[in-house]
Design a protein around this ligand. Structure first.
Ligand code: BES
Ligand code: ZN
Length: 580
């Protein structure tokens, strides 16, 4: 698959995309007589093949539906034909699309649609070779009701004009998991000469304030790793059911509105998605077993961008909290999932998306940086992105390049850089870096004092603490706290009414563990209004630990489930149980 042309109608009342996908193919195996595509719950109306001048009907066959992979679509490709055209429609329950009712949007007047293709959901909205090893350029025509706007992770997004017919092109080759589409009542605010933000009209000004450092982040990333190759960098703020924090769709990051804290304190998420413009979108994991090449590199680069824009102390705090996340994850995961080069055979690749590839991967890169010096490592990374630009590579490709250009294959470095252990074994090598933040050290001491009854320092300092310091304080308190002490915390710092999603989440988790009832109403409101998986999954897991909690989980989930994204529904069904 080399090039794709989409022609799609967005039908909100039927919850369907319908139209055609035209694929230009390269017959890599000259003897092959069929092309095999991925689909999931697509209705295939008919298929054609052609040579670029005329089309003829093509025999095709839709295989049985595999629960993880969907159904293979095989289309006969006669000699001389190098393109197929497939007329199809998506299912209302497509795993990669969420169709929102007006009531689920901020404006409450128009419906909304967005895609989430990573890891293997592109196949639920277009018949493609849905593997990160294959890259395409694409063009698309998308039709919506005239008062709504369609956007794609591509060139051509409108900054004002509506009318219902929108044309896009993606001139750089990308893997299918980076294909993205959205439609709704969406307006635009510029952030800089080559960046801007899209959101519902009532959200766009708040989003523009929150993300006003985006150009500085771009400049910082370019200084470190070379030119931004995607022309524009825009951000689309989605309704709160978006199941992720962010998704690095090229030219158009999709972001959760829960990052709009009002004080820019959660914008490391933008640094992260922007970093994917190098690690992930430019140099891509060839298989989902190499996912750490995307996320570990991106987490490392995210913190380098944070350091450039917000300073070394801010970056150190993120690194310390990241190592804590990693240790929490290591305490939970099976050995096989602690391996960077993960074996996902027989599993849904979404199962490999734990914190491990992010944080263990970032620590590995940090340890290489520390061993060889920042100057040399920066130079290495920059050359790596140039060398593999617009290619999909494996862990072995990275290791070979690293050995050829930085570490050599000499055994001298082995003790301090046990690469094989880092990449192929569970746990963390003893030599793994331990990031330090003086500020978070002070906060940890204040947390310790507070737990042993000396509450004054925390009371005095809390109002001036950053979000990261507040999180550190909460994480460093003993678990579970007596309910009375949770009440005391809540009274002192108004935590159950915090407008900061990370702090509210952390506090709600502690409240559940402590059996503190004072946050019950907030918990229910939080779970019903927010569908971000990172937040809702641990809260439901905590709830179902007791019989009473399980009953509450069921009651809350019954209200929340209709508003959740298919990916979140899948996750929470496994925890709470699907409704009968
Ligand atoms: N690419 C990921 C999101 C993703 C991973 C979606 C795997 C589907 C499968 C994105 O870049 C990401 O990592 N998002 C994080 C936020 C980030 C700041 C760590 C998230 O959504 O939590
Ligand atoms: Zn990421």
């Amino acid at each position: 698959m080399r090039r794709l042309e989409l022609d799609l109608d967005v039908d909100f009342s039927e919850r369907r995309l319908s139209g055609s996908a035209t694929l230009e193919l390269e017959r890599v195996d000259p003897t092959s007589t069929r092309v095999h595509l991925d689909t999931r719950r697509l209705s295939i109306e008919r298929a054609e093949s052609g040579d670029g001048s005329r089309w003829s009907p093509a025999a095709h066959e839709l295989g049985p539906a595999d629960p993880i992979l969907g159904a293979g679509l095989s289309v006969v490709l006669p000699a001389g034909h190098d393109r197929v055209r497939i007329f199809y429609a998506t299912s209302p329950s497509a795993s990669g699309l969420q169709w929102l009712e007006p009531a689920q949007t901020a404006g409450r007047r128009h419906p909304f649609l967005f895609s989430q293709s990573q890891a293997i959901h592109a196949r639920s909205w277009a018949p493609v070779q849905d593997t990160p090893a294959v890259r395409i350029t694409y063009e698309a025509v998308v039709r919506t009701p005239p008062e709504l706007v369609a956007l794609m992770g591509a060139a051509g997004n409108t900054t004002g004009e509506r009318g219902g017919t929108y044309r896009f092109s993606m001139p750089q080759r990308i893997p299918a998991y980076l294909m993205a589409i959205a439609a709704g009542d969406i307006s635009f605010a510029p952030l800089g000469p080559r960046s801007g933000v899209y959101a519902e009209p009532s959200v766009v000004a708040r989003a523009a304030n929150e993300f006003s450092d985006t150009e500085r982040m771009m400049a910082a990333a370019e200084r470190l790793y070379g030119p931004y190759r995607w022309d524009r960098y825009d951000i689309l703020v989605l309704p709160p059911s978006f199941p992720f924090g962010g998704m690095e769709n090229p030219r158009l990051t999709f972001a959760t509105p829960t990052v709009l804290a009002g004080d820019k304190s959660l914008v490391a998420l933008i640094a992260h998605e922007l970093a994917h413009s190098w690690s992930g979108n430019l140099v891509t994991n060839a298989t989902w077993g190499d996912f750490w090449l995307n996320e570990g590199f991106t987490t490392y680069i995210e913190r380098r961008i944070v350091e450039e824009v917000y300073g070394a102390d801010a970056a150190a705090m993120e690194a310390v909290l990241g190592r804590q996340d990693l240790e929490d994850e290591l305490a939970r995961l099976d050995d096989r999932d602690e391996i960077l080069h993960i074996d996902l055979a027989g599993r849904d690749p979404d199962e490999g998306a734990t914190r491990l590839p992010y944080e263990k991967g970032a620590l590995l890169l940090r340890s290489i940086e520390e061993l060889y010096g920042r100057g040399r490592f920066d130079e290495f990374l920059r050359a790596y992105f140039d060398h593999f630009a617009f290619q999909s590579i494996t862990t072995a490709d990275f290791v070979a390049y690293l050995r050829a250009h930085l570490v050599g294959s000499a055994s001298g470095a082995v003790a301090s850089l046990p690469l094989e252990e880092w990449i192929e074994r569970p746990g963390l090598p003893a030599v793994a870096p331990r990031p330090v933040s003086e500020a978070l050290g002070r906060v940890a001491r204040a947390a310790e004092a507070w737990s042993s009854g000396r509450v004054e320092e925390a009371r005095r300092a809390f109002p001036a603490w950053t979000t990261q310091e507040r999180l550190q304080f909460l994480r460093r308190l003993p678990t579970p706290l007596p309910p009375a002490r949770l009440a005391e915390l809540d009274a002192a710092f108004a935590l159950s009414s915090s407008g900061n999603s990370e702090i509210a989440f952390q506090f709600l988790l502690m409240a559940l563990r402590a059996g503190y009832g004072g946050a019950d109403a907030r918990l229910e409101e939080f779970l019903v209004s927010i569908g971000r998986r990172k937040f809702i999954k641990p809260l439901y897991e905590e709830l179902v630990r007791t019989d009473a909690g399980r009953a509450r989980a069921r009651a809350i989930y019954a209200r929340a489930r209709p508003g959740y994204h298919p990916i979140a529904v899948d996750t929470v069904d496994r925890i709470v149980g699907a409704p009968a």
